[in-house]
Design a protein around this ligand. Structure first.
Ligand SMILES: NC(=O)c1ccc[n+]([C@@H]2O[C@H](COP(=O)([O-])OP(=O)(O)OC[C@H]3O[C@@H](n4cnc5c(N)ncnc54)[C@H](O)[C@@H]3O)[C@@H](O)[C@H]2O)c1
Length: 269
């Protein structure tokens, strides 16, 4: 049977890389994104290459919209095999300066998006009994501490904890569902322009607005560091292999393992 892969945040960056990789493997792909125009364009491009595609405009921070995504997937294909909870955004300033709107926006997409994905899809995955995979996109910043990107780190540490719990609970139940947590370093995507998709209701007042450009860490190097990162296709290859090999933690940048070790040693000391 042709597998069915659902990808959130599919219209750009890592999500687009995953969609192209899975479609290239002959899977049917369900593309979900809050940005309608690039979503429709990607769906058309993949269809033109012969893929079977369903595009569903979805705001992952909204429970009802993610439930609708699950319903539309089953209605169209009667099955789901891979769920990539991938949509994510970032905004950066000292943690005490963040507004409530900043917290609601970033946690809404990065953490609640994954929570809604799990709530909406896992019961159907359990009921159908097919071999399934859930890939939650965290970040290397879900595994380390330090200054900068406070809300983002809180959200990504949450995604790692949620994925670890989900994996153990599904294993205890003997479920035919494997969980994976993707923890990349820099990838060449649109993440630094994440504010393009920030909803009107969660905009900051003018005096609290972000600078035009999201700056992470050292302002001079952010964009250059990202441009030196992996391509979305390379990350998709890591994910594809992890699914085949049953790897839980997906490290795309092995050089960052030293940061994780350092943090763990500090905790234990
Ligand atoms: N780029 C990196 O260096 C990097 C590193 C580690 C982790 N990540 C993570 O990878 C994931 C994908 O990000 P990316 O780097 O490809 O960025 P990207 O901006 O290229 O893609 C993110 C996609 O998510 C969509 N999106 C935003 N808000 C949404 C919402 N409410 N509902 C549904 N879709 C929404 C955007 O429209 C966009 O298409 C994110 O979770 C991000 O945190 C990225």
């Amino acid at each position: 049977m042709q597998k069915v892969a659902v990808i959130t945040g599919a219209a750009s960056g890592i999500g687009k890389g995953l969609a192209e990789r899975f479609a290239g493997e002959g899977m049917r792909v369900v593309l979900a994104d809050v940005a309608e125009e690039p979503l429709v364009k990607l769906a058309a491009d993949l269809k033109a290459k012969g893929a079977t595609v369903l595009a569903v405009r979805t705001d992952v921070s909204n429970a009802a919209e993610v439930e609708n995504l699950a319903a539309r997937t089953l209605e169209a294909f009667d099955a789901v095999h891979i769920l990539c909870n991938n949509a994510g955004v970032v905004c950066s300033r000292p943690v005490w300066e963040h507004t409530v709107a900043d917290w609601e926006w970033v946690l809404g997409v990065n953490l609640w998006g994954v929570i809604h994905g799990i709530r909406a899809f896992v019961p159907d995955m359990l009921a159908q009994g097919n071999a399934c995979h859930i890939v939650n996109t965290a970040s290397i910043l879900g595994l380390v501490g330090g200054s900068g990107e406070g809300i983002y780190k809180v959200s990504k540490h949450g995604v790692v904890a949620l994925s670890e719990t989900l994996a153990d609970e599904l294993a205890q139940k003997g479920a035919n569902i494997q969980v994976h947590v993707l923890c990349p370093g820099w990838v060449r995507t649109g993440i630094l322009d994440a504010a393009r998709n920030r909803p009107d209701a969660l905009q900051n007042p003018a005096e609290k607005k972000q600078p035009q450009e999201t700056v992470i860490g050292d302002s001079r190097n952010t964009r250059a560091e990202m441009e030196a990162g992996l391509s979305p296709a390379e990350v998709a290859e890591h994910v594809y292999k992890a699914i085949q090999n049953g790897t839980f933690y997906i490290h795309t940048h092995p050089e960052h393992k030293a940061w994780i070790r350092e943090r763990m040693e500090r905790i234990l000391e």
